[in-house]
Ligand binder design. Sequence first.
Ligand code: PLP
Length: 427
Amino acid sequence: MTRPLHDRHRAVLPDWLALYYRQPIEITHGEGRHVWDADGNKYLDFFGGILTTMTAHALPEVTKAVAEQAGRIIHSSTLYLNRQMVELAERIAQLSGIPDARVFFTTSGTEANDTALLLATAHRGSNQILAMRNSYHGRSFSAVGITGNHAWSPTSLSPLQTLYVHGGVRSRGPYAHLGDGQFIEACVADLEDLLGHTRNVAALIAEPVQGVGGFTSPPDGLYAAFREVLDRHGILWITDEVQTGWGRTGDHFWGWQAHGRSGPPDLLTFAKGIGNGMSIGGVVARAEVMNCLDSNSISTFGGSPVTMAAGLANLSYVLEHDLQGNARRVGGLLIERLRAICAQLPVVREVRGRGLMAGIELVQPGTDRANPEAAAAVLEGAREGGLLIGKGGGHDTSVLRIAPPLTLTVAEAEEGAAILERALRTV
Ligand code: PLP
């Protein structure tokens, strides 16, 4: 008899691969907001793959578009045009809000951020980057080099010089006790102070809501305040929308829009949800920034027709069914319900979130100290109850992360919250 996968993987996959659960799950298929494992267990997916299943598992519109395109041609070459790539670029350029926007497709969020960093450093003639503390931007050498969350940054070597700015996390750190306005002032003063010691910074890169960092967000307006300082120094603003794009945060289509008067960023990176699981990433930038490279460049699989067909069908579904509105409504109800459940639980420090991006931060009861053991136990308990969730945070990964597909129904939100309540009550 063939040994199960959870026995075999250790002999061939790296030890540092971040797999969930004492006994990792082998997912075999999915439909809507549900997935099934190789033992036939059914789960409600409250992590949307890994925020990748933006609309629904096996959404017929996306599956049909992929199958039809695969039947015509899977890959021609990035050296030729394909209609899907140009059409998706047109739609994303228009949605980005960036004037005179150009779009470059990659195959992941890492590669998108890498490209944004390449463009920003080339445009500004500098390899100095500002990044937020506790941030995550991917796993390439330059992306881990700027990632502020050290649990996900395995090397201190980097091709870039990075300066870390306060502000990505509202509820912890030296300014946590301040009101929103004072918090922003303190973070801006910190940024000004850093810039007082440096000459030529290329860009600030920031996630509007820190994803891997535990779904933490700064007060609205922080990046608008930063923008004024950046503009004075000619520094570019890169918004990493890999987790926050396409309406997930409910009130806004992009995470950066919560910051109001800042206007659009200079560069925007995206990935994860747009392909509903197909590998699409990309960068949007003003033409002047995008076109600053004076050598040729391609991504062999970026813009591939099958992935682009998936992206077009998926994006159309999001817009035609107002999934941003659904994220706002159902996400709002879900966060309210989770707050009610957690109000009496001493293991919970905070329930936070925007739209369908909710975080539950766990602590040692009666203290402010992180509780990664409790988070791991809730993950296992939720799985036993038929619910998949994520976790994150700083080094301690003590935040439960909830980010279901944007088609989540109220009944499913209730069902998932009830399973979570049972799992939380056992720790
Ligand atoms: N940026 C953010 C904000 C992310 O959350 C991630 C992945 O989790 C990445 C970049 C990297 O994306 P990928 O894993 O597709 O390379």
